[in-house]
Design a protein around this ligand. Sequence first.
Ligand SMILES: O=C(O)c1ccccc1N[C@@H]1O[C@H](COP(=O)(O)O)[C@@H](O)[C@H]1O
Length: 226
Amino acid sequence: MSFAVKICGLSTRETLEVALDAGADMVGFVFFEASPRHISLGTARELGRLAKGRAVKAALTVDADDASLENCIEALQPGLLQLHGSESIARVRDIKQKFGLPVMKVLPVATAADLAELPGYAAVADRILFDARAPKDATRPGGLGVPFDWHLLENIKLAIPFMVGGGLNAGNVAEAVRVTHANGVDVSSGVESAPGIKDPDMIRAFIRAAREAERAMTSSRIASSV
Ligand SMILES: O=C(O)c1ccccc1N[C@@H]1O[C@H](COP(=O)(O)O)[C@@H](O)[C@H]1O
């Protein structure tokens, strides 16, 4: 399974260009009004055109109904739906069937008990993203820049790819990959100077560090197989 670096919460042409030029495999766009990274359908259309064919476009939604999903798909033309709410296993299956797009289900993690439903979700989703569980009083379920205990994923074996997110930055992404052996990493706050304001240098530094982490993981796999 190939390794994917995802920069999420992009909302301007300039920072999207930086992420694409620096080699992001996936670029994420937030459709959730309470988020400082929320974009309008008009902006989604514009940014979607810019990213077309250069990276996988992920549409991040939170417990969206069919009409909202239809609107953001029409505008962005995503290659992946990131379901970041409390969508049930049945709803994930339903969205996949209705919209015919690959789905990445986000599982919030704070303790080992949060992994109980993983097999059910892994049976219907194309990819899993493990993110830190947001506090009960948070205004959004992600994008808070807080990590979780990556050791909870140490022995995870999945037939589909999984990514790690939540509080990642250029300084800790290597350790997150080393511990979890994830097939990809996702970042939003860790490449921002303030909530919703992406920083070009931080984006470039994150992608460099993630690539280095990918290389280290590949080398250690080769070393342990000989
Ligand atoms: O970014 C947001 O505002 C957001 C809103 C609602 C759901 C998820 C959101 N962000 C996603 O959360 C993870 C981790 O983010 P961070 O790196 O800790 O800031 C990532 O997928 C964000 O795109």
